[in-house]
Write a protein that binds this ligand. Structure first.
Ligand SMILES: Nc1ncnc2c1ncn2[C@@H]1O[C@H](COP(=O)(O)OP(=O)(O)OP(=O)(O)O)[C@@H](O)[C@H]1O
Ligand SMILES: Cc1cn([C@H]2C[C@H](O)[C@@H](COP(=O)(O)O)O2)c(=O)[nH]c1=O
Length: 212
């Protein structure tokens, strides 16, 4: 059995990820692939319970980091790894890049500690970098924080993160840019375009990489 394809969608809140995930799923299904669609924090009953805490309760940044990685551990073991072993396309709305961007760059939490947690959660007990579970492709929706805030205003009640000031999202956006630099799995999508053009960029990134 050929191992599946792991694709993540990343970006600041309001960047437009969720608006394109249905079409992405449909595209792979039309090509005969089985799609497992999931999200972080979340994706299992326990991880969804942790999500509710993380998105709604105020907490220390180490506590927040431990909770998102605890949720991820459950998600990786129960959903992502089994789906990849079956050969599925796994479409995941956020993964560990979000932790480096939000807890690391946004909150200012220690990136070295996050890397250690990442190794534990996504690498089992091995310290070899090649054993770390990472997406094959990360679609990074890049949008200026002021525009994301304007898009979200009035769209829904803000959760704990969405209620953060623009300065927080400027740090998160830089966190994503730093993470993307030199990581070929990142495909930058200029999300400051009408929906149709954003979708065309997604299709073109998939084609360039021979994934669709
Ligand atoms: N290209 C676009 N142009 C204008 N508005 C858009 C565009 N894409 C999405 N939107 C709108 O912006 C808002 C945020 O979009 P969406 O929920 O897809 O973002 P998101 O990245 O999934 O956010 P979050 O991570 O906070 O869930 C929605 O109201 C959506 O309708
Ligand atoms: C995975 C992950 C997520 N977050 C934050 C980012 C968002 O504000 C929320 C998730 O909400 P969404 O509407 O599903 O995008 O959680 C985080 O801070 N750290 C993480 O690792």
């Amino acid at each position: 059995m050929t191992r599946g394809l792991f694709i993540t969608l990343e970006g600041i809140d309001g960047a437009g990820k969720s608006s394109h995930i249905d079409a992405l799923e449909a595209l792979f299904r039309e090509r005969g692939r089985t799609v497992t669609r999931t999200r972080e924090p979340g994706g299992t009953p326990l991880a969804e319970t942790l999500r509710t805490l993380v998105l709604n309760e105020s907490m220390d940044s180490l506590t927040e980091s431990l909770l998102v990685f605890a949720a991820r551990r459950e998600h990786v073991l129960d959903v992502i790894e089994p789906a990849l072993a079956r050969g599925d396309v796994v479409l995941c709305d956020r993964f560990s890049d979000a932790t480096f961007a939000y807890q690391g760059a946004g909150r200012g939490f220690d990136l070295g500690v996050l890397s250690t947690l990442e190794q534990w959660v996504q690498g089992g007990r091995s310290t070899r970098p090649e054993t770390l579970l990472q997406p094959a492709l990360t679609l990074w929706f890049d949008l200026p924080p002021e525009i994301a805030a304007a898009r979200l205003a009035g769209a829904r009640l803000p959760d704990k993160f969405e209620a953060q000031p623009v300065a927080f999202f400027q740090r998160v956006a830089k966190g994503y840019a730093d993470r993307a630099a030199g990581a070929p799995r990142f495909a930058r999508i200029d999300a400051n375009q009408p929906r149709e053009q954003v979708w065309q960029q997604i299709e073109s990134k998939l084609r360039e990489r021979g994934l669709a």
